[in-house]
Design a protein around this ligand. Structure first.
Ligand code: SAH
Length: 346
């Protein structure tokens, strides 16, 4: 994102065709440019060898070409997880995480610099929203990691910094480009959008015709408790959230994932599991229990493994599909936003 120049990597093929037309170029140049950017992951216009030099020069002149600068990489010694801190063109930084699983490589990306949702347990909320990311800046996290690791990314989760549905248009554009057959062509079924629960946007997303997974960050099973953890709960009630979740499933046929961070003494008691089962029991869903990541500035403690297991067992007795998320990269500032915060304080 460079001053007034148009951000060429955020354009879809149709838009690029329009640009070529405007410039008096042949329309097939659009596809060539698109493939260089989104399939071959070219680092700049100079590498696009089948594009005439004259057109490449026009491109340098008229467009900004988004790239990210890796500032820091941390690799977990226990599970190979890698955490990247990237610098954007304006000097802001974002974090992305690369995780290796049996079923393929997964990248967790950020959708905004900072966040304005203010969840009490979250490191990204501490400084508020700095700015939303452009589609190209979300794509580049995946592209840069593909190039840096030399391995194909098969899964993308929007669970890094930011609230993706608070940056709705860019998020939707990003998903279209990421899953486009002329680009990396990542399967929509392998893309997850995680939201703290913006009801109108959840409903809108249900109508986009995507086959992606929607993950809803619940973390509490009563409105009263949720309001203590997540300011957004003042705006939307659990009833409204369940309604929107049901609608998402109805429209897309995609099972909802509910995320529930287990916090010692706050939401991890037997009665919390009962309430959660009652809340989500009627929906075709999956519950993902996440032992809360302690954040230095927050005083929340992780539930013990025994408590987490008891919570899981209780949900299973109700017939609910539930897993405890394996913690990846705990030795490298596991929780979102923490690597960046350390860097900011340096
Ligand atoms: N804004 C989106 C996505 C980013 S956060 C959302 O709220 O879903 C991705 C997930 O990590 C969310 O479920 C969020 O609640 C959770 N999370 C944030 N901080 C955490 C922490 N310290 N420990 C455990 N989970 C955390």
């Amino acid at each position: 994102m460079n001053g007034t120049k148009a951000d060429i990597k955020s354009m879809d093929l149709e838009e690029l065709k329009g640009e070529m037309e405007k410039a008096g170029e042949k329309s097939f140049r659009a596809k060539q440019l698109y493939e260089w950017m989104h399939q071959k992951l070219a680092g700049d216009f100079g590498q696009m060898t089948n594009i005439p030099k004259e057109l490449r020069e026009k491109c340098w002149e008229n467009y900004s070409f988004t790239t990210l600068k890796p500032l820091r990489v941390q690799e977990s010694k226990t599970d190979g997880t890698k955490k990247f801190l990237f610098e954007l063109a304006d000097g802001n930084t974002v974090e992305s995480v690369w995780m290796k699983y049996k079923h393929g490589n997964s990248v967790c990306i950020s959708s905004q610099v900072g966040c304005r949702m203010g969840c009490r347990f979250c490191a990204s909320a501490l400084e508020g929203l700095v700015r939303p990311l452009a589609p190209s800046e979300m794509l580049e996290q995946v592209y840069a990691i593909t190039l840096l690791t030399g391995e194909r990314v098969s899964n993308v989760v929007m669970m890094g910094m930011g609230e993706p549905l608070d940056n709705y248009d860019h998020t939707v554009k990003f998903i279209r480009l990421l899953t486009d057959e002329n680009g990396l062509h990542i399967s929509q079924r392998n893309v997850t959008v995680s939201t703290c629960g913006l009801v109108p946007q959840m409903k809108r997303l249900a109508q986009e015709g995507f086959q992606i997974t929607l993950a809803l960050s619940l973390h509490a099973a009563t409105d009263e408790k949720r309001r203590k953890l997540m300011p957004i709960a003042e705006k939307y009630t659990l009833d409204e959230l369940m309604d929107a979740s049901g609608y998402y499933f109805e429209k897309t046929g995609r099972r909802i994932t509910f995320e529930y961070s287990l916090i010692e003494g706050i939401n991890d008691a037997g009665e919390d599991a009962d309430a959660l089962a009652k809340l989500v029991g009627g929906l075709n869903c999956h519950v993902n229990l996440i032992p809360v990541n302690p954040v230095k500035e927050r005083d929340f403690t992780q539930s013990s493994p025994e408590k987490a297991l008891a919570f899981k067992n209780k949900l299973e007795k109700y017939g609910i599909n539930v897993t405890i998320r394996r913690e990846m990269g705990r030795d490298i500032d596991g929780a979102c936003g923490q690597l960046r915060r350390r860097e900011l304080h340096r």
